[in-house]
Write a protein that binds this ligand. Structure first.
Ligand SMILES: Nc1ncnc2c1ncn2[C@@H]1O[C@H](COP(=O)(O)OP(=O)(O)OP(=O)(O)O)[C@@H](O)[C@H]1O
Length: 371
């Protein structure tokens, strides 16, 4: 099958890399930290959910030993099918729930917020936007109320002209112009795209260093998705925010993210620059995601349909978790967890096929192997 949609060139009207930041009118001067510096780091991140039920000792292995870094002025995409653990990672990074293992570092220091004040400070630096902008905005409050509240929480008690100026600036930053047209509206008076822009403006009121965007476009009309991605790209380039972009659409990761990380059943199976990961995928699961579906909206269904269901996370398969669906799997894959192995400059894949073990699987074209 062809990879027509994923091999399309990105939209030429949109800047694709950090060079756009250098030419932006408000590019940083020499005294500001450089883009690419690590802001938030996850080391061995783990979340095992205890299952309820009398005497149950079972846990859901939602996230198992995940490492990554979010860097200033860069977008990292986290791609995977439903249930792979993407949202759990976002919620762990936002500290909406505790981890069961691993560490979270903000500028190299332990970021675990102990107590309300520490949590509030953390939230000022790490903000989250959700899939459903309607659900995340209070339906009985105006845009003015919601943005004012966020400004006051994070910037102090601004009033009068100062407050009005901050509100207008926020709305204009998310391209809701003129601000007067939107500021006194309720969520139901706005379109889906406008609501998501308000949610982003509310996050920006905190002047965050990190934005966690959990499927920010998946509930929006296809026609307005690109506008939201362009806005996030603008925030990356002008405000130098580090962005985690969670999606099941690997084609949008190529277009929007500097680096892409592919997740399968709670573990990272591949990572690298987005162009290489999407154009020359190394892990059989990434190959399946990229090659089996010309229609990006259909990737997940096709990948699942191609060979079996995602595994149980209560009793995940031993060895490589993808082994029951992998046409190349050997005994080694069924018994030992593959480490992330180097598969090119700045690229890694957790597949024994790239090791020098004598009993490694022999990889070939996955679409042919599955035909
Ligand atoms: N509170 C919870 N208690 C028990 N299991 C949970 C809980 N939250 C998530 N899970 C499980 O953890 C796994 C990962 O879920 P998660 O929502 O992170 O996946 P996802 O990749 O974001 O999927 P989707 O794209 O559908 O949101 C799933 O098996 C899910 O059922």
């Amino acid at each position: 099958m062809s990879s027509s949609s994923s091999s399309e060139a990105p939209n030429p009207s949109v800047p694709t890399d950090a060079s756009a930041a250098a030419s932006a009118p408000d590019a940083p001067d020499a005294s500001t930290p450089t883009d690419g510096a690590v802001v938030l780091q996850a080391i061995g991140l783990q979340k095992h959910f205890k299952l309820r039920g009398v005497g149950s000792r079972d846990v859901v292995h939602a996230v198992d030993g995940v490492d990554f870094e979010l860097r200033r002025g860069r977008v990292l995409a986290l791609v995977g099918e439903s249930g792979s653990g993407k949202s759990t990672i976002a919620r762990l990074l936002a500290q909406l729930m505790p981890t069961t293992g691993g560490r979270l570092l903000l500028h190299g220091e332990d970021a675990t917020a102990k107590g309300r004040r520490a949590f509030r400070r953390y939230v000022g630096r790490v903000q989250m936007i959700f899939q459903d902008p309607f659900g995340s905005l209070n339906p009985v409050k105006t845009v003015r109320y919601m943005l004012t509240r966020s400004i006051r929480i994070h910037r102090g008690r601004l009033r009068g002209i100062e407050l009005e100026g901050a509100l207008v600036e926020l709305l204009e930053r998310v391209q809701l112009k003129p601000a007067e047209r939107y500021i006194d509206k309720y969520p139901h008076e706005l379109s889906g795209g406008q609501r998501q822009r308000v949610a982003i403006a509310r996050a920006l009121a905190a002047d965050p260093e990190v934005l966690l965007a959990d499927e920010p476009i998946s509930m929006l009309d296809v026609s307005i998705r690109l506008g939201i991605l362009n806005l996030l790209q603008d925030l990356r380039d002008r405000l130098h925010i580090a962005i985690l972009y969670i999606t099941h659409d690997i084609a949008s990761a190529r277009y929007f993210a500097d680096r892409t990380m592919v997740m399968y059943a709670g573990r990272i199976v591949e990572s690298g620059d987005s162009e290489s990961v999407t154009q020359d995928p190394k892990h059989p699961y990434t190959q399946l995601l990229v090659r089996s579906a010309p229609d990006p909206d259909d990737l997940e269904a096709r990948a699942r349909g191609a060979r079996g269901e995602a595994p149980s996370l209560v009793k995940p398969p031993s060895g490589c978790r993808f082994n029951p669906r992998c046409p190349f799997a050997t005994e080694l894959c069924r018994t030992e967890v593959p480490p992330l192995l180097s598969v090119g400059e700045g690229r890694e894949a957790a597949c024994w096929g790239y090791s020098d073990r004598a009993d490694k699987p022999l990889l070939s074209d996955i679409t042919e192997a599955l035909a």
